[in-house]
Design a protein. Structure first.
Length: 182
């Protein structure tokens, strides 16, 4: 069953406009593409090799998410092995939404999983290049991540590829580690 072992499914979550698609496309193509005419949910696939292991990465990129729409979480939560929760450092609302989402992931996984296994999650503070209009300090992001025991990184999909690549690599490693213990 090694083929199934190497399937890694991630879901992106976060406010509309936080930069979910930009971060993902940057990771998949190394390029920043400004605008996406995406009014549909998208599923991306990519073959990757991490630590010498071949894997088939699938990423779910939902078209929109609002603070109130609790139900948007339900499908990806059941489907995904790990989550990328994105907010914008220049938009406090998006940070509060991310906080909410982290809580929801925790709660819904508590219902479906035995024990207290942490779901692999990374919290991403995007648009670091907009630090002149920053509304969320790096410290706040870090401490929220600590509280939920998840990976944290500020990135700029617009200006930097390496941080995003590192982030996804760390998350995927975490997911593969997690699968071994299941
Ligand atoms: P989504 O709704 O979360 O998928 O957000 P998008 O990826 O569509 O991005 C929303 C807007 O933010 C677009 O206009 C992007 O060009 C812009 N954007 C995304 N990432 C960055 C970033 O790192 N820096 C800046 N300045 N703009 C960004
Ligand atoms: Mg999008």
């Amino acid at each position: 069953r090694s083929a199934a072992m190497n399937d890694v499914k991630l879901a992106l979550l976060g406010s509309e406009g936080a930069g979910k698609s930009a971060v993902l496309v940057r990771f998949l193509t190394k390029r920043f593409i400004g605008e996406y005419a995406s009014n549909a949910n998208s599923l991306y696939q990519k073959r990757l090799s991490i630590d010498g292991r071949q894997l088939n990465l699938e990423v779910f990129d939902p078209c929109s998410q609002n603070v109130e729409s609790r139900c948007i979480l339900e499908e990806p939560v059941d489907w995904a092995d790990g989550f990328v929760v994105v907010y914008t450092i220049s938009d406090r609302m998006s940070f509060l939404n991310a906080k909410n989402i982290l809580q929801q992931i925790r709660e819904s996984r508590r219902e479906t999983c035995k024990g207290d296994m942490d779901v692999p999650v990374c919290l991403v503070g995007n648009k670091q290049d907009l630090c002149h209009s920053r509304q969320v300090s790096e410290e706040e992001g870090r401490s929220l991540a600590l509280e939920h025991r998840c990976i944290f990184q500020e990135v700029s999909a617009a200006e930097n590829y390496l941080d995003i690549a590192n982030l996804f690599t760390r998350l995927i490693r975490h997911v593969m580690e997690h699968m071994k213990h299941r």
